[in-house]
Design a protein around this ligand. Structure first.
Ligand code: GDP
Length: 355
């Protein structure tokens, strides 16, 4: 059976430009009441259900004429993560879409440019969040307000200052070969980069940011997001971690298929493919249920893409962040997965000249 999975979203940008603050703000988003489903915490990721996006968006959802069929958005929690930036032999990165965050008062900085280069190399579509607009002199803050509502409350001078700063950004993007524009002035999202002015600290513009991510994913990534949900899982390692009582575990973002407790997995290591049986699939316990820090996880029998999950299994000591995880349900599938992973290790060695 085919289903459309959540797009996987990464937030990138220069240090201190607001990646963590934005993710915190999104994590705290819990629109009026739990009926909307609220936010689900994954391992290494945060899921915003589409109902929450729709509630936040209100009339903004009309920015998109078509219906939004995505189940939600999955944000990778660790900004600028190695799994995102490291080379993947077959091109592309773990993220389906990225948010490049730029402090509008500081403009382009070295890691802004570096992030753009990574996105370009991986052909990852992205949108730009021009952050910290609340720092503009005299800016009137209304928490969680859509930008297009908030901007109308600003006096002429503050509006003008924002315009000037946005034009500076647009100029910098132009120098790097991108046509960028404020999102509400974009005619064609396939040719122009959309810039959304936001305040991550106060949530201004975050409604538009979420709506735009959902709309762009629906419109341009739908085919990529269609997966055979019952198929064997595929994922990428975010982190290799020691856990008290569990040994070495891997935190994995699953982007295809379903991972089951009794699956065999083939995992990328530094210079080999590790074949092992899953011991436990673990997801975080809700925060209010953690009474003893030794028991921070709940076991599950299976997990379908897209999701972040911790895997406990023997032999993971040499697993490598950024590497693939492929589930296999037969000897033949194990062999095929091993060959694929070894092939990737080879091509990374060839293209970078290092292990
Ligand atoms: P990161 O390094 O990109 O993760 O940046 P952080 O999220 O840690 O933010 C760096 C600093 O900028 C922190 O002190 C934040 O409180 C502050 N900051 C982030 N976003 C905003 C914003 O929208 N407005 C204001 N005034 N400060 C912000």
């Amino acid at each position: 059976m085919k289903k459309i999975r959540q797009p996987i979203i990464a937030v990138l940008g220069h240090v201190d430009h607001g990646k963590t603050t934005l993710l915190d703000r999104i994590r705290r988003t819990n629109v009026a009441g739990k009926e909307a489903g609220g936010i689900t915490q994954h391992i290494g990721a945060t899921e915003v259900p589409i109902e929450t996006v729709k509630q936040l968006a209100g009339p903004l959802i009309k920015l998109w004429k078509g219906e939004i069929k995505l189940p939600g958005l999955l944000f990778i929690d660790t900004p600028g993560h190695e799994a995102f930036t490291s080379l993947r032999a077959r091109g592309g990165s773990l993220a389906d879409l990225a948010v490049l965050i730029v402090d509008v008062n500081e403009g382009f900085q070295p890691q802004t440019i570096e992030s753009i280069e990574i996105l370009r190399k991986n052909r990852t579509p992205f949108i730009v969040a021009a952050n910290k607009i609340d720092r503009i002199k005299g800016w009137k803050v209304e928490e969680d307000e859509p930008f297009l509502v908030n901007i109308k409350k600003q006096d002429q001078r503050a509006q003008q200052e924002l315009e000037t700063k946005l034009w500076e950004l647009i100029g910098k993007f132009y120098e790097m070969g991108f046509n960028a524009n404020r999102f509400d002035r974009v005619q064609d999202f396939t040719r122009e980069l959309a810039i959304i002015p936001i305040s991550a600290k106060y949530g201004i513009g975050v409604p538009e940011l979420l709506v735009l991510i959902a709309g762009l994913s629906q419109k341009y990534l739908e085919e990529k997001l269609k997966i055979e949900v019952e198929g064997p899982a595929r994922g990428t390692i975010l982190e290799v971690r020691e856990e008290l009582g569990l040994g070495t575990t891997i935190d994995v973002i699953i982007y295809d298929g379903t991972l089951r407790k009794d699956d065999t997995i083939v995992v990328g290591g530094k210079d080999k493919a590790i074949v092992t049986k899953i011991r436990a699939l673990l997801k975080p316990k809700p925060l209010d249920e953690i009474r003893d820090p030794r028991f921070r996880f709940d076991q599950v029998d299976e997990v379908a893409a897209a999701a972040g999950i911790k895997i406990a299994a023997p032999g993971l000591e040499e697993a490598l962040a950024g590497s693939p995880v492929i589930a296999a349900r037969s000897e033949e599938e194990v062999e095929r997965a091993k060959a694929e992973i070894l092939g990737q290790i080879q091509s990374v060695v060839i293209s970078t000249g290092k292990v």
